[in-house]
Design a protein around this ligand. Sequence first.
Ligand SMILES: *Cc1c(COP(=O)(O)O)cnc(C)c1O
Length: 401
Amino acid sequence: MSSESFIPLAVPQIAGREWEYVKECLDSGWVSSVGAFVERFEREFAATVGARHAIATVNGTAALHVALRLAGVAAEDEVLVSGLTFVAPANAVRYLGAWPVFMDAEPAHWQMDVAKVRDFLRTECAARSGRLVNRTTGRRIAALLPVHILGHPVDLEPLLELAHHYSLPVVEDATESLAATYDGRAAGTFGLLGCFSFNGNKLITTGGGGMIVTNDSDVAARARYLTTQAKDDPIEFVHNDIGYNYRMPNILAAVGVAQLEQLDAFAGRKRTIFQRYRDELSGIDGISFPHESRRAHSCWWLSTARFDPAKGLDRRAIAAALRAADIDSRPLWHPLHALRPFRECQAYRIDVTPAIHRGALSLPCSTGLTDDEQDRVIDAIRRAPGARRTSSADRVLLEDA
Ligand SMILES: *Cc1c(COP(=O)(O)O)cnc(C)c1O
């Protein structure tokens, strides 16, 4: 339709010393899962988030798999998981033969509803011979798996209180929330273990990659051991446990070190982009955005708006209008409890999640997005079917019409 170029949803920005470090890595010959960049990436990442230990992995899903195992999750256990999230954390629970129990989202920040987690633990579970058991399924509740979606943390203090009260380990899926904080502390560093991802669309990328963080030295050592094939004697090939080939190659860690140097700039840009969308679009009747909790600093990894069908705004029609203007957008993840592999799993009082999913659309928010490009997105939404301004302060639309 136009001669203007396509605006993607979120693409990585390779703007720092990536080439230099990768070259250094190639020149050294240390390209695989041993090498100076892996150690450096782990050290600098740990320092960045304020964790004692960091263990680099091949991706975020692998990090979750190992973290859940280290938290003691085993076959036929249950793990309480956010129901509004990318599928990876629920899959990781299943890799261990355990079962996710899906928790609803709250409407203000779209995160796991901790009040409902409390209700579930209180009313649906019982202590039986020293174990916390789900009365419906008879299975043991083994861990809590909050997912900090879209760059904003779950309400961690009440969640940690519950974890403490019921003696449940917490594994945080912070893959979407690097650079987000809660009470000034990095998301991902509150639980026994936290997991991060460096997939291509995450805040920083290594092409593919992940990280486990923990403050517990024994857990860190176990994480390192399990992700390196549980090697007890590398010379004699002695393995005393079932391990995984999950370590990050040095060549990717080289990219990670360079990306990490740009983290503050990327995170700042994400916030600016989100705030601009919110400022420019909130005046349209039926468009809203997740709120930032007063205890949180969100990195707004994705700029996601909610379009209210009751106000005549259909996210599919908005997406089509954007597509016609050569602009990418994406719905949120299909609610997990409704996906085929999880239909047998318990879903506890899930009613907010489907409503958010029905109206949500993520808008272009690459860190390299220009103001002109963002103007194009905003403009296209203002002209989309059903969009009506409620604020008389902005006359742009009327003049254009
Ligand atoms: C990206 C992501 C992951 C992990 O993704 P990988 O592609 O395996 O690195 C896990 N959980 C959530 C919520 C994610 O968005």
